[in-house]
Design a protein around this ligand. Structure first.
Ligand SMILES: [Zn+2]
Length: 115
């Protein structure tokens, strides 16, 4: 998260520090990350906080990482949901956008491997 993004969130909450609680994106451990601005730099205790542009409104855009995972890999990977396309009534469309009936048909489809 950038200093400006953190500053905006701190001002919105009228707080000097924000505490993020959740699971580490990489290892799944429950963590708490305290974020604040110190000497004009963003500081996070207990891990790191990532803010991303969500690809849909229902998706989370804040991710946390514990300090151990951050040391191994400081980048945030595999956070975007995979969009699955399939053929429905003759067109290729994202399954997410299909209607309830077609989604039920999708869940009943069987995959065959032909040798
Ligand atoms: Zn972790």
């Amino acid at each position: 998260m950038t200093k400006e993004e953190l500053r905006g969130m701190l001002e919105a909450e009228k707080a000097d520090e924000l505490v993020f609680k959740g699971k580490c994106h990489d290892c799944g451990r429950e963590i708490e990350v305290a974020a604040r601005i110190e000497d004009e730099s963003p500081v996070a205790d207990g891990g790191s906080v990532y803010k991303v542009e969500p690809s849909s409104v229902s998706e989370d855009n804040i991710f946390l990482k514990c300090e151990d995972c951050f040391k191994q890999d400081s980048g945030l990977r595999n956070w975007r949901k995979t969009e699955v396309y399939s053929r429905v009534v003759g067109y290729l469309r994202p399954v997410e956008q299909w209607n309830k009936g077609k989604k039920t048909e999708w869940s009943m489809r069987k995959v065959y491997k032909i040798k």
